[in-house]
Design a protein around this ligand. Structure first.
Ligand code: ZN
Length: 415
């Protein structure tokens, strides 16, 4: 079979050029169409011409998700390609977004403004999201979709190769990819990017739902799922194709863990609003990046909240704090093997050398332990934790510390 051919299209966005993937063959297909700019259009025409094609030769046009850098020029392309079927996912809010419905943009704006205010952004800055969204909208156009797709459907494209549509919610709830299961090829769009981690953007509830989607936890699930696929080559929405997806996915998962740990540590010091966390983590932020930064922080808070490590309080501005044992009437205790726990209970005055695993950076727990008179031997960084010696009763008390997740004997010794 023929491999997909990249046609890189310029965008006015920070991410840089977007890939339009050409699947050559009897029925040429194009995956994604670029933003609505003349520069992107000219690059697309030139890219097709380099393969002796014009838009009129296209038989299939496929849109991967409802972001303007991927669908903006689809209408112009469809008008120049009268014989092409135009496919798009009928997932989450893709349909109203791709049809460019006024009420959907209004819904997106109202949600975004409310979310920014709840994050602690002052009203005059939250208002700016309207002009930012209007600016985004100007790079898109209503997409004349002729076939709406569900996840799991099969499409025959290009040289007769069969591709499966797979939903990849996270970066956008509307995100889909194409998986070629015979040759193990994967058109990932923005689900996997080689040079930058994909943002899991803050989105309003899917129409008909009450709760906004937890984008980053969903993205983590989908990353894990993708790691298990037999993939030979990945064709991303931005950047070069790459071969083994697993190391990249491991790096992305690790990056998410590290940032979640930083947020957890910051909240151990004191409760903070989302904006205060943004200022703490991204002190040199430019104003135009504020929405991305807030999305980023909210996503990681969602990850921590799903693990019951943080909760929020406050009605207008939400302040997040580390979930202590008193909260919600439940005790979250570190895990200790039952026989070891019995040992600690029966010998409260005996000294034990243990490994203590912590939810985030171990330094704060180390400080607490030192203050309690425990002897710290070592601080682990890769898997955060401590090696220390303490009495049975001190260890039982330490198990209730919100940042301690696990306690196990190191080399037990009586002193
Ligand atoms: Zn995107």
């Amino acid at each position: 079979m023929n491999l997909p051919i990249a046609i890189a299209l310029p965008t006015p966005f920070l991410i840089g050029p977007v890939n339009s993937w050409l699947l050559p063959g009897e029925e040429p297909a194009l995956v994604d169409a670029g933003p609505r700019t003349d520069a992107a259009w000219e690059a697309l025409i030139a890219g097709l011409a380099a393969q002796d094609l014009t838009p009129r030769d296209l038989r299939h046009i496929f849109i991967t998700h409802a972001h303007v850098d991927h669908y903006g020029n689809a209408r112009r392309l469809a008008e120049a390609a009268p014989d092409a079927t135009l496919y798009a996912p009928d997932i989450a809010h893709a349909r109203p977004m791709l049809l460019d419905l006024e009420e959907e943009w209004e819904r997106q704006y109202t949600f975004t403004r409310r979310a920014l205010l709840a994050s602690g952004l002052p009203p005059h800055l939250a208002e700016l999201s309207r002009s930012r969204m209007a600016d985004m909208r100007s790079y898109g156009d209503a997409v004349p979709v002729t076939r709406w797709l569900q996840s799991g459907e099969y499409l025959t494209l290009g040289d007769g190769t069969v591709w499966q549509v797979v939903a990849l919610p996270g970066h956008s709830m509307t995100q889909v990819g194409l998986h070629q299961t015979e040759h193990n090829l994967f058109i990932a769009a923005d689900h996997l990017l080689p040079h930058v981690s994909s943002n899991a953007l803050l989105e309003p509830p899917t129409p008909g739902e009450q709760r906004r989607p937890r984008a980053l936890p969903r993205y983590v699930e989908m990353l894990r799922w993708t790691a298990g696929l037999p993939i030979q080559q990945v064709f991303p929405g931005h950047g070069e194709p790459f071969t083994d997806q697993r190391p990249l996915i491991m790096r992305r998962l690790q990056g998410i863990e590290e940032r979640a740990a930083l947020i957890h540590t910051a909240l151990l010091e004191r409760p903070r609003s989302v904006l205060a966390l943004v200022e703490h983590l991204f002190p040199k932020l430019r104003p135009e990046e504020i929405f991305l930064a807030i999305s980023e922080i909210v996503g990681h808070l969602d990850v921590l909240e799903a693990r019951q490590q943080v909760a929020f309080r406050g009605e207008t501005v939400r302040e997040y704090f580390v979930l202590l044992q008193e909260e919600e009437g439940k005790t979250i205790m570190a895990t200790i093997d039952e026989s070891f726990r019995q040992d600690l209970v029966q010998h409260p005055k005996q000294s034990y050398r243990v490994i203590v695993r912590t939810a985030s950076e171990a330094a704060l727990v180390a400080e607490h332990c030192a203050h309690q008179g425990m002897t710290i031997h070592h601080q682990y960084r890769l898997l955060p934790g401590l090696a220390l010696t303490a009495t049975g009763e001190a260890l039982l008390a330490l198990a209730a510390h919100p940042a301690v997740t696990h306690i196990e004997p190191d080399q037990m010794m009586s002193v």
